[in-house]
Design a binder for this molecule. Sequence first.
Ligand code: ASP
Length: 325
Amino acid sequence: MKHLLTIGDLDRGELEELLDHADRFAEVLTRSVPKVPALRGRTVVLAFFEDSTRTRSSFDVAARRLSADVINFSAGASSLNKGESLRDTVETIHAMGIDAMVVRHRSSGAPHRIAEWIDASIVNAGDGWHQHPTQALLDSYVLRKRLGSLDGRHIAIVGDIAHSRVARSDIEAFTALGARVTLVGPTTLLPPTLSPWNVEVAHDLDAVIGDLDAIYLLRIQNERLAEPLIPSNREYRDRFGLTAARARRLRADAVICHPGPMNLGVEIDREVTANDDRVAVLDQVAAGVPVRMAVLFNVIGHGRFDDTPSGGDEPVPAETNEVHS
Ligand code: ASP
């Protein structure tokens, strides 16, 4: 695979293979020196044209754990502010000799355009409302770990589906892995058409909550709303929020996910996040590293992953400054 642009580019076998690779990288992360030289000599640029906390830092850690060189590029501190176009900017970065560019952009389709402009591997780290494929992979990874498999499992994705790249990517990943997906939310927060997806819809969370293996709560994307689509946060919480009372109706072995950042007291109550072992939010953050290692290795690694070249638990030898003529 040269790029990772959308989940739809991967079939079930490819998704499962990436999750299996992530498992192997998760083992590397438990070692006393949690680092392998798999991407030594390779350069990864993190090109974030929109804000991010978790995604950016976990790509950064993932690339460093694979011994890649990492360049961090922030739109805020760049010549984009002096009027340079996106194309000029990425071509300039590319001219420095890079192997992969991890792109986040507020416009849907930006990573696809960049993949046409430069000859580096492009990994989509979130584009507009469209896709966030590594989020879907890490969500699938966590659900597979907690539930054993997604096959036949009933997962509800609750809230602002219309503006959510996470929802679009998760729907594709979860259904490809065999799950039954129900979208739950008010009509104003559902996309106008659901036709490409094999999903069910419910407008009453209480009607489905007792049947779920997992509940995936989405953030209300206030920054993407031109006008309010819900009457108030309080009303949203009353109908769709995971309150302590609703959490009691979830199965004892159900999984509670949220991609972060969370609006506590809206999508989920603080009481639930603080006290309920079924909440997998920190597992999701932790899974970001091995999953993104698997993705980066897949797009720019050489051949098969050999996890022992640095001698297992032996420290990775320090880089030398030797120049080969
Ligand atoms: N962090 C996720 C994203 O970048 C989800 C969110 O912002 O609500 O799409």
